[in-house]
Design a protein around this ligand. Structure first.
Ligand SMILES: O=C(O)C(=O)Cc1ccccc1
Length: 307
């Protein structure tokens, strides 16, 4: 039975994602995304489940930066989870008396309308996770009056739900990924796969981004996410995250990645894995595996003088 680290404590959305990704795994709750990934890297866990992005606010930057800079890990699965937020408090608390709210930053950004409408005078403080916030609020001497978390976290920590569905949108989805140390075979191609890469430029020059995009474009590889992140070396210095359709075993994907490897400073492969939504790529004429193989055979023939 695998042991999977995750952003805890019990009752986080990440735990819900983990249970759906692997119902039988042993769960190792960690205080932060970085701690969960450290457990996977160091061997205390066989892997980790962490949030990567959400459909309203975009990337979870801690996760992106950990994937780019820490010891390499490979994504082997993803999950899309609709998240619903509740305002939770100790029994007896009333909304007008709430002065301090505690929750995860991703929840703060996704519940802005409710907070400004119903809690206009409350101070909102960032917590390590939604369930950590609920746990803290449940303590009798807590400086916080309420938490925003999953309803189940309220049940777990003995809080009451003062308001449900307090998110700005009810259709918000968070994408979680499961990662493991490299060295195991990649997930088999399914025909509906995604690949994730981090790319560092060799040098900054006009058209550098266009050159990278061209590697995808000419092979008919469709991007599903692109993100620039600061390298930390000064204003204007960035590296890039790419998600795109297809598996590294697909000829067009392999060729695109090899092209990036030739022209960029460093390409970090973060995995090829089945897409949670099962969407298959529309493969352009001239970019199927068979067409790449046929073109390779043709080139070999003309190189051998067989025109
Ligand atoms: O804090 C949690 O429960 C998490 O799993 C992170 C998170 C927070 C808000 C939305 C989605 C994921």
């Amino acid at each position: 039975m695998p042991r999977l680290a995750y952003l805890g404590p019990e009752g986080t959305f990440t735990e819900e994602a983990l249970r759906l990704l692997d119902p039988v795994a042993e769960r190792l709750p960690c205080a932060t995304v970085s701690a969960a990934l450290a457990a996977a890297r160091g061997g205390e866990a066989d892997g980790a489940v962490v949030p990567l992005e959400n459909s309203v606010e975009g990337a979870i930057t801690t996760t992106l930066d950990e994937f780019a800079w820490g010891e390499p890990l490979l994504i082997d699965a993803e999950l899309l989870l609709p998240v619903r937020f509740s305002l939770l408090a100790r029994p007896g608390t009333e909304i007008p008396h709430i002065k301090r709210v505690y929750t995860h930053p991703a929840a703060i950004t996704q519940c802005r309308a409710f907070i400004s409408r119903e809690l206009p005078d409350a101070v909102v403080v960032a917590a390590p996770s939604t369930a950590a916030a609920a746990q803290e609020v449940s303590l009798p001497g807590s400086p916080y009056d309420a938490a925003i978390a999953a309803r189940i976290a309220g049940e777990h920590y003995g809080l009451v739900e003062l308001a449900g569905d307090v998110g700005d949108r009810t259709d918000t989805v968070t994408r979680f990924v499961k990662v493991a140390r490299p060295g195991r075979p990649l997930p088999e191609p399914t025909g509906a796969d995604r690949t994730t890469l981090v790319v560092f430029l060799a040098d900054d020059h006009p058209g550098a981004l266009l050159e990278m995009l061209t590697e995808f474009s000419v092979r008919g590889v469709n991007l599903t996410r692109i993100e620039s992140r600061p390298t930390g070396d000064g204003i204007g210095r960035y590296f890039f995250h790419f998600d795109f359709e297809g598996h590294v075993a697909d000829a067009r994907v392999g060729e695109a990645i090899a092209g990036l490897h030739r022209i960029c400073g460093e390409v970090r492969f973060l995995g090829s894995y089945p897409r949670a939504d099962g969407v298959e790529p529309r493969v352009k004429r001239g970019t199927t595996d068979e067409e790449f193989a046929e073109a390779g055979d043709w080139l070999a023939r003309i190189r051998a003088g067989q025109v």
